[in-house]
Design a protein around this ligand. Structure first.
Ligand code: BGC
Length: 749
């Protein structure tokens, strides 16, 4: 093949071919110009590589790879360093499999608790999502494998996902839904961004010039390639014009022909096509083809990492009477529930990994016990949702479990959502555990007061109906192939749990922010809650929740003291002393939230701005320090069309969760200027608030007899200046002598 540099001089036909996949997982080869094919494969919690690249014969199954905890679990670790190691390890396996780009991570925000694909996304919070997603991308790309952050953008539901239009304000887009993408693009330059299927405010993401070119490239400086979600491109010419560089999958020679024709007839700019082709050629040049073959991955070591990641992702939600940890050395433990024997590792759909090994909790609980007697009863069938009495076999299985519970010192009751309840492709209509399981729980809790519920699920389930019946709840979400080992480690106290919820557990579905606006109808869904997503909403409405965002207990306890907050230049530095006040070593994730009471816009009471995890031996203490660029406090200022930091006195809340605030401070942060152009239609208030024109206008009003505190002004404050000037007897010349000059001055300052 000629040298890759020749890729720069591709003709229209070659460029058009490059903009379309050559197969399910490969891009086109342009022999004459030395452009090799790229191989892509799904992720993001492991590799789903289908090496023969034919239409899958075995459904979605790929060749075996390490199945790490999916994003729902990894997010609960609040541990970017861990996400980075997972990314790195996936890169090793990708190189060995000859995969050049891994299709992940999924960084969509969990707008709705009902989204069927929530297991593949990190959080309801964009800051946490961005931090973890960036770390994962860093790890992956450091080893010469490209990431594809997805699904860009506002792909927050599965219902009607190919067509639905997310009707969302620019402010909510910028502050919530685009934020993690922006962070990852500007810090990591992912090799690719995958555009989503849905429409945003009426326009298909794959044809959204504003999104794919003006925002992603012109504003954020993205230098990689935009690829489409599989099948998202329906009008290849419109997609190339909007900024899609590669439509997947292929082949689709007619699409390439349409692109060539459009250049010939002038409807598509050749320059735009050349740029798209060049980006794909550059991507192909970037790939290090020396990897693989020679370096067989150490799957045993990767399994150990999957175990450690799973252990770090378990959240201890409740531990009354310190029932946990259980003593592995003595007594009897009843393990009840089919998930202990047949674990759910991950969610269903394109992200499904064929694991290299699977640890089951039951086997691990038996093997890791050093003297305790561990006995098992299935209790229910995971796919059964109805009351057990419907079949005598089910009733007998439940009775047997209750007998075992009553005869044991403690119970580990494994409950969860069956795989059929949540998947890529559809959303949930309720958030309940199957009734057969909750009925069993009631009976088991009645039979044994030391019952620990261990939950397996990819999206939040309602706990309010039953959480009060048991002393302990261990949230094991979906932990990947090492989950069974990790659960046993936490149950027996070999690992002290340190996970924190990355999403709120509400009391009921009806409390959720999108309750009235999900999943929409007639191919439209209105984001009525605007920026109030997740805890931002529950806090604003002062709603009680079962477990708040950021919550997670430990077998030890932590005290916070001596909070100091300093603003220096463009940085806000928060430091606090954290002391392990219990008898065990443990880790605590310190969370920093800010708020601004007198904001000019509706603003969440608290927003996560930073976090760090400290590991402390029993009795030890340390100073935790978190640095936050003040630009992180910015809001999207719709009239100015940009982010601004409002100047003012910010509250800084430091805590163990969004509702367990242990220390509070206030700090004045200087603002960035965002003057809106003034005109006669601007209100008196807008004129008064302007830093340049304001003092002069206020002086003019005062001289005219209306000082700032006059009751007349209170009424007129929200009137356009035009209206004030139209009041009989008032003349512009008398009220604001230099009105015209002022407007010029204000608008040019
Ligand atoms: C999914 C993507 C995935 C792609 C390829 C699509 O249906 O939305 O996340 O990467 O298929 O499997």
């Amino acid at each position: 093949m000629p040298t890759p540099a020749a890729a720069a001089a591709l003709d229209v036909h070659a460029n058009a071919r490059l903009t379309r996949g050559a197969s399910l997982w490969r891009t086109a080869t342009i022999e004459s110009a030395g452009v090799p094919a790229l191989t892509l494969a799904d992720g993001p919690h492991g590799l789903r590589a289908q090496p023969d690249d034919t239409a899958p014969t075995d459904g979605l199954a790929g060749t075996p790879a390490t199945c790490f905890p999916p994003a729902v679990a990894l997010a609960a670790s609040w541990n970017p360093a861990l996400a980075e190691r997972v990314g790195e390890t996936i890169a090793r396996e990708a190189r060995a499999a000859g995969v050049h780009v891994v299709l992940g991570p999924g960084v969509n925000i969990k707008r709705s608790i009902r989204c069927g694909r929530n297991f593949e996304y990190f959080s309801e919070d964009p800051m946490l999502t961005g931090a973890l997603g960036a770390a994962w991308v860093r790890g992956l790309q450091r080893h010469g494998v490209g990431a594809s952050i997805k699904h860009f953008a506002a792909n927050n539901q599965e219902t009607d996902r190919f067509q639905v239009s997310a009707e969302v304000s620019e402010r909510a887009l910028r502050e919530i839904y685009l934020r993690a993408f922006h962070h990852i693009v500007s810090t990591e330059q992912p090799w690719t961004v995958m555009c989503s299927y849905n429409r945003i405010n009426g326009r298909k993401a794959a044809e959204h010039h504003w999104l794919l070119t003006e925002v992603l490239r012109d504003e954020w400086g993205f230098r990689g390639a935009v690829i489409s979600d599989w099948g998202a491109v329906t009008d290849p010419v419109a997609s190339v014009a909007a900024g899609v560089d590669l439509a997947m999958p292929g082949p689709a020679p007619e699409a390439a022909d349409a692109v060539v024709d459009a250049v010939v007839d002038g409807t598509l700019s050749e320059r735009v096509l050349t740029r798209a082709g060049k980006r794909i050629a550059e991507l192909a040049e970037r790939v290090d083809r020396s990897g693989g073959v020679t370096h067989a991955p150490d799957y045993a070591a990767h399994h150990e990492l999957a175990r450690a990641a799973a252990a770090a992702s378990i959240v201890l939600l409740q531990n009354h009477r310190d029932v946990l940890p259980l003593d592995p050395g003595s007594g009897s433990i009843a393990v009840i529930g089919a998930f202990a024997e047949t674990p759910r590792l991950q969610g269903a759909g394109s992200s499904g990994v064929t694991p290299t090994a699977v640890d089951t909790a039951l086997t691990e609980l038996i093997e890791q016990a050093t003297g305790a007697q561990v006995r098992y009863a299935a209790g229910y069938s995971p796919e059964t949702s109805s009351h057990p009495a419907v079949s005598s076999a089910a009733a007998e299985a439940a009775d047997e479990a209750v007998r075992l519970a009553a005869a044991s010192d403690s119970v580990l009751l494994f409950l969860g959502l069956p795989e059929s309840a949540e998947s890529e492709g559809f959303d949930r209509s309720d958030i309940e555990l199957p009734a057969a399981q909750t009925h069993l729980l009631e009976r088991i809790a009645g039979a044994n007061p030391r019952t620990v519920v261990v939950l397996s699920h990819g999206s939040v389930v309602r706990m309010a109906g039953w959480a009060g019946l048991v002393p302990c709840i261990l949230d094991a979400s979906l932990l990947g192939q090492g989950g069974g080992w990790a659960i046993a480690q936490v149950v027996y106290g070999a690992v002290n749990p340190s996970g924190k919820l990355a999403e709120t557990v509400p009391l009921r579905l009806e409390d959720t922010p999108d309750y009235l606006d999900f999943p929409g109808s007639d191919h439209r869904v209105r984001y009525g809650e605007d920026i109030f997503v997740g805890y931002r909403y529950y806090d604003q409405r002062a709603l009680d929740v079962s477990f708040p965002f950021g919550h997670g207990l430990s077998y030890t306890s932590f005290a916070y003291s001596d909070l100091a907050v300093v603003v220096a230049g463009a940085l806000l530095t928060v430091s606090v002393t954290v002391e392990n006040t219990g008898a065990r070593d443990g880790a605590e994730t310190v969370q920093v939230y800010t708020g601004l009471a007198n904001s000019r816009v509706a603003r969440a009471r608290r927003e996560l701005r930073g976090f760090t995890t400290v590991e402390l031996g029993a009795g030890a203490s340390t100073r935790a320090s978190i640095t936050i660029p003040t630009e992180e406090l910015a809001i999207w200022h719709e009239p100015a069309g940009r982010f601004i930091v409002e100047g003012g006195r910010y509250s800084v809340d430091v805590g163990a969760s969004s509702r367990d605030i242990r220390a509070h401070a206030e700090v004045v942060v200087p603002g960035t200027r965002a003057e809106v152009p003034l005109s006669l239609d601007s209100t008196v208030d807008e004129w008064f608030s302007h830093p340049v024109a304001g003092p002069l206008v206020r002086a003019g009003f005062a001289a005219y007899g209306y000082p700032a505190d006059s009751p007349v002004l209170a009424v007129a404050l929200h009137m356009p200046l035009r209206g004030v000037l139209a009041t009989p007897g008032v003349t512009a010349a008398a009220l604001i002598p230099q009105l015209e000059q002022l407007a010029v001055l204000a608008n040019s300052s």
